[in-house]
Design a protein around this ligand. Structure first.
Ligand SMILES: NC(=O)C1=CN([C@@H]2O[C@H](COP(=O)(O)OP(=O)(O)OC[C@H]3O[C@@H](n4cnc5c(N)ncnc54)[C@H](O)[C@@H]3O)[C@@H](O)[C@H]2O)C=CC1
Ligand SMILES: O=P(O)(O)OC[C@H]1O[C@](O)(CO)[C@@H](O)[C@@H]1O
Length: 384
């Protein structure tokens, strides 16, 4: 069995590649970073080190890498003969990997089993998004080519921070992981991924994960950055930040209870476990990494505006989530393109149009005024 995985970065090597290897797949990583591709090809094994309670070292073998920029033909051949294609490149990069999948499908034997495609990104419906990109890239051949593939949405959860210099292709991760995959598209022929669980309806899983783990993590990053703190674990050690993050997560839990009928007591346990994961002293993680790409994170269906809008529509509290968005508006990291763009736009756009375009909220939406007021406050602070 063979899997082609796009994005040999932190989650690619430290989670998706590891589980595919443990499931018995030969793993072909595809990446555009020349040095990373070369380093993977120079290694015969790499170690995933689980840092924290119960963590063990896991060794991955039976992999290689293809440079998708320099060797598109070789990549298409790999996809043509693969069983599984996964991605962990970031939601905004999916459109760049779609043409390679199309080319692989074109070369696939008509007798081959359908290619099983799963995008492992922090976004609701990431695989649907990838499928749309494949359809666009396939043009007139879309129906014929997508008939040779199945597309399943997934929710992936494991904290894999930036790796220390000199680590090579080894990866340090937290011990915890969760991978939920919608089962319907596979029609019974499930991929072999030990530890993954297959579910009929992914919506409660991805929303519970994105609106708890990712809301809480990003809120910690933005409140921490505002306080001048560098590490996530240090940010949560600040009682004021811990209270702000908890308040935001209580709001998202209230939405999840209403939306999906989840049990409030189980959600409280889930929240506590997640905050413990963020506190893991053995995992060095920074507010810069976790806060990266703030414009994506304050967009309409993402971890803040998504649940806050649902809360406001139901008459539930959204003030703690709005406070987190206010902190996100202050995220100013010269090394992060979206952070630079965010600060630039806050300087140059009026509050009303910035709020509408950045958050996708309609001015009539019950959340709109609160977010616009946070934007105004940030703009006034910038101008002082
Ligand atoms: N790091 C984490 O803890 C988690 C990350 N995720 C999601 O996984 C995705 C990747 O995140 P990370 O691994 O942290 O980022 P990363 O930056 O470590 O890895 C991304 C990799 O994708 C590669 N890449 C970029 N464009 C490409 C292309 N066109 N073709 C092939 N490869 C390409 C990059 O060179 C890089 O090696 C994101 O969507 C993130 O939200 C999800 C859960 C946890
Ligand atoms: O690109 P994003 O959305 O910041 O994704 C990375 C985030 O996902 C998480 O792994 C949670 O699953 C966090 O560690 C990390 O902050």
């Amino acid at each position: 069995m063979k899997a082609v995985h796009f994005g040999a970065g932190n989650i690619g090597r430290g989670f998706v590649g590891l589980l595919l290897h443990e499931g018995g797949y030969e793993v072909v990583f595809s990446d555009v970073a020349d040095a990373l591709v070369d380093a993977i090809n120079a290694a015969s094994e790499y170690t995933v080190r689980e840092a924290g309670p119960g963590g063990v070292n896991r060794v991955v073998t039976g992999f290689r890498a293809v440079n998708s920029r320099l060797a598109p033909d070789g990549l298409a051949e790999e996809i043509a003969t693969a069983d599984v294609v996964t991605t962990a490149v970031g939601p905004t990069v999916l459109r760049f990997v779609a043409p390679a999948i199309v080319e692989g499908l074109r070369r696939r034997s008509p007798d081959a089993a359908p290619l099983q495609v799963m995008a492992c990104e922090n976004a609701i419906g990431a695989t649907d998004q990838l499928r749309d990109e494949v359809v666009t890239a396939a043009g007139a051949d879309a129906d014929a080519l997508t008939a040779g593939a199945v597309f399943a949405n997934t929710a992936v959860d494991r904290i894999v921070p930036a790796q220390p210099a000199g680590a090579g292709v080894d990866v340090t991760v937290e011990p915890y992981f969760e991978w939920a995959i919608e089962s319907g598209p596979f029609d019974g022929a499930l991929p072999s991924i030990p530890g993954a669980h297959f579910v009929d309806d992914l919506a409660p899983y991805i929303e519970r994960k994105l609106f708890t783990v990712n809301t809480g993590h990003a809120a910690t990053a933005y409140f921490g950055a505002r306080a001048g703190i560098e590490r996530i674990s240090d940010a949560l050690a600040d009682p004021k930040i811990a209270a702000q993050v908890s308040a935001a997560l209580e709001e998202t839990s209230a939405v999840l209870v209403e939306e999906h009928g989840l049990d409030p007591a189980e959600l409280a346990e889930y929240r506590a476990k997640i905050l413990d994961r963020f506190r893991n002293p053995e995992l060095v993680d920074t507010v810069q990494r976790v806060g990266r790409q703030p414009l994506r994170k304050i967009s309409r269906n993402e971890r803040f505006i998504g649940p806050a809008a649902m809360a406001a529509e139901r008459g539930l509290s959204s003030s703690a989530l709005t406070a987190a968005v206010a902190a996100a508006l202050e995220f100013d990291d010269p090394a992060d393109e979206q952070s630079v763009e965010l600060q630039e736009r806050l300087r140059n756009e009026d509050a009303e149009s910035f709020t509408a375009s950045a958050t996708g909220l309609d001015p009539e939406h019950p959340l709109f005024a609160a977010i616009r007021d946070a934007v105004i406050a940030r703009q006034e602070a910038i101008m002082v």
